[in-house]
Design a protein around this ligand. Structure first.
Ligand code: CTP
Ligand code: CA
Length: 225
């Protein structure tokens, strides 16, 4: 046990956590982004350090302070996140994709600022798909026995959407959050359920993001041992 009586059940393990939201540039001053604050990923990184893991935090556009004891790799776009996550995953025991990765990016980048033209409507923004990092990790398992965890924010039939997404992605655990006006994005507290391919559902009570993080690490530690 560590300093505060914390179980050091991730000692000797390397875990990779992605956090924040990717930004996809249109021109030097504009981007397509999302509202992810990075809080959940940073909480996962802090709790993993407390449980003895070596932690690589791949952080996209978050303003939160670096978690003490974690190696922080800063990225901007989904493409950069993919490179950084795959590199860190090569020797990782677990990868947790808490980042909000942009599904699409502008098909082209204007190296100069896009200007208005008198009396003319703007050109439409054409988008292309970004790589799906979680699906790629799940399919390729850079290290045998590696545990891969995804996050999903869902509306409507949250559990059915979560089950379908778990199957589609092929990961070992999927943390499903219900999103609404004041839920999840930027919030300090959350409520979720963790789905596994064996059909199990682990409810996560409403509470601070550290609580959810510890439940994720409990489930990961079970699967690693
Ligand atoms: N994810 C990823 N790469 C992407 C998109 C998402 O690795 N290009 C990861 C996220 O980090 C998250 C999980 O996949 O852990 C689920 O993200 P989500 O946006 O819910 O899944 P999508 O397949 O993009 O589905 P949707 O169409 O509902 O956005
Ligand atoms: Ca998505």
């Amino acid at each position: 046990r560590g300093a505060e009586g914390q179980a050091m059940d991730l000692a000797g393990r390397h875990v990779v956590v992605s956090a924040g939201g990717t930004r996809e540039p249109l021109d030097p001053v504009r981007f397509l982004g999302n509202r992810s604050s990075g809080k959940q990923g940073y909480a996962l990184a802090r709790t993993a350090v407390a449980r003895g893991a070596r932690v690589t935090l791949v952080a996209a556009n978050s303003e939160l302070p670096d978690p003490a004891g974690a190696d922080v790799v800063r990225v901007g776009t989904a493409t950069q996140m993919r490179e950084a996550v795959l590199k860190a995953a090569a020797d990782a025991d677990a990868v947790v994709m808490a980042a909000a990765v942009a599904d699409f990016r502008p098909a082209s980048y204007a190296s100069g600022k896009i200007k208005k033209r008198d009396g003319q409507d703007p050109e439409p923004v054409v988008l292309v798909r970004n790589p799906d990092i979680l699906a790629e990790l799940s399919a390729e398992r850079p290290r045998p026995g590696q545990i891969v965890v995804g996050f999903a924010a869902e509306t409507d039939d949250v559990l059915a959407n979560g089950r379908a997404k778990l199957a589609r992605k092929g990961c070992d655990l999927l943390v499903v959050n219900e999103v609404g006006e004041r839920k999840t994005f930027g919030a300090e507290r959350s409520e979720a359920v963790v789905l596994a391919p064996d059909g199990s559902e682990t409810p996560v009570p409403f509470g601070p993001k550290e609580g959810l993080a510890d439940i994720v690490w409990d489930l990961v530690a079970d699967r690693l041992s």
